[in-house]
Design a protein around this ligand. Sequence first.
Ligand code: SF4
Length: 643
Amino acid sequence: MTQPSAIEPPRLTDRLEALLTGVQGPVQYIGGEVNAQVKDWQAAAGERVHWVLAFPDAYAVGQPNLGLAMLYEILNEREDALAERAYAPWPDMEQAMRRAGLPWFTLDAHRPVNRFDLLGVSLSTELGYSNLLTCLDLAGIGLHQADRPDSAPLVIVGGHAAFNPEPLADFIDGAVLGDGEEVVGRITDVTRDWRAAGRPGGRDGLLWELAHRDLLYVPSLYQVSYDPVSHQITQVAPSGSVAGRGLPVPTKQTVQDLDRWQYPKAPLVPFAETVHERLSVEIFRGCTRGCRFCQAGFITRPVRERSPETIAQMARRGLAATGFDEVGLLSLSSADHTGIGRIAKNLADEYQGTQVGLSLPSTRVDAFNVTLAEELLRGGRRPGLTFAPEGGSERMRRVINKQVTEADLLDTVATAFGHGWRSVKLYFMCGLPTEEEADVTQIATLAQAVIRRGREVTGSRDIRCTISIGPFVPKAHTSFQWAAQAPAEVVDARLAALRAAILADRPTARAITLRAAPGRPAQLEGLLARGDRRVGAVIERAWRGGARFDGWREHLKLDVWEAAARSVLEPQGLSQEWYTQRERGWDEVLPWDHFETGLDRDWLWDDWEAAKDGGGVEDCRWAGCYDCGVCTTLGTAIQIGVG
Ligand code: SF4
């Protein structure tokens, strides 16, 4: 039998071009950017494994995604593989494609996605789920995993939002937990060998092989049981074995030595406008500060740094390949790199007198210092400064383990103001566990103190502070995974009190800008973030009702989502609030408990208990290992001070 992906699919360029004059932002659909790759469908030496790497949001958001850019290069460097990119079409393009019968296509060669072997989807937020359904539907590969034809690509999700893939269980074939650099190659190998062996077992045979080797979590190979009275999960168990072989516990993938994976080497330069247009260099991965709300910190442990030399080399090579004039040093908290001073100095020395500037998109209050400020300025630019105390009061910051005092913050902003900055942005959350209104109104007190200190240091009244507030959403695999989410009305009332507290101090009120997201959209995020398989039907109902681009305020249809949640969940004795506003007990089986992220569940629980008492945890980088479980379980280690 001829294998489906052996025959080169037709390119859809002509049919696509016919639609472009009728849609907004047509440039985002054409591809062909600097460093884009279009490989022949087959290699001279034989068949290639064909990957689509997709981001279920608009090109503007998806194109700068670093994870996808790395995998794109890693796969395309292989002679036996080909990778092309795909993004979600905007609603006007979706309509145009449906009218014209044009299937979802790749950006690079305008090939139909349904002719590839593997569709890898990067999920950075739960608010991309409805777009994933749009893409699957437009691709014509079937919404439901169970109905997919043997020829359809395997739909594999990865990224931070894939750490609880259970709400997507009906729609995906598999999920990868953790770092993708190594595992994409191994999935490619297994797929290639399975094809060469004549596709034993068909699609299910490949899924089993990938699951058995612990390269993929395959939801359809697990069964979930529920308690009929409490509605809680009683068990998630593999549904059987094949040829006497069982399934391993789905385990997080960790790349230990980042210096071995210096990607992307030649990043793509976007044609259309995107959210970041700069060369992004990831300087380390992981964070062990232990902020209890931070899913990214917990699921990327341990900290693994790149050496300053590697970082300089990646910047040099990336700038030469792209012509960008800004280098963004990325990580979860860039100033925490043990060599950040050297890194910033090396780069500032190298690019002094050129147009190239440096930025640290994420900076901790206590890690910012004068030297760093000066190196940032040598690029001739004054990058914006954002600090994230997260909690308004000292008490709140102890609960969330954000060990930053008001004095730390004021000293830091004084440093920045002393070096010429005139505005800072402070990021906080609202609705945190144990929070009361006074914890939130203290954000105003803090911002007012920032303005006063800035005026003192500079002698100028032209000082500004922007307060940005996001509602807290409890996430899987964190110490707060058991917490109740605050109702939207509570969040909104506290934000109103904060607004009043800012306005009450007339000498500073005009210098402070408050940007706060309302509480209601966070309830949707909360439902999806801690949902189980029963939430899948809510996603599908909302999508059929028109939900698209839920991360975009102007597109989010909360009424549709809430109606979908009511109609799907209430007949089962459930509700959106059951998922969001209910505190869980230690003995409740959580939808993601069957995954191994290395984090010890008892340790997380103790940390949750400690949070309520205001107990802190030090960073294991400096204070020594407190055995959260990750390194012992996964055989990893903290890697700092390399090079
Ligand atoms: S096991 Fe120890 S060293 Fe590793 S991340 Fe956890 S606390 Fe840090």
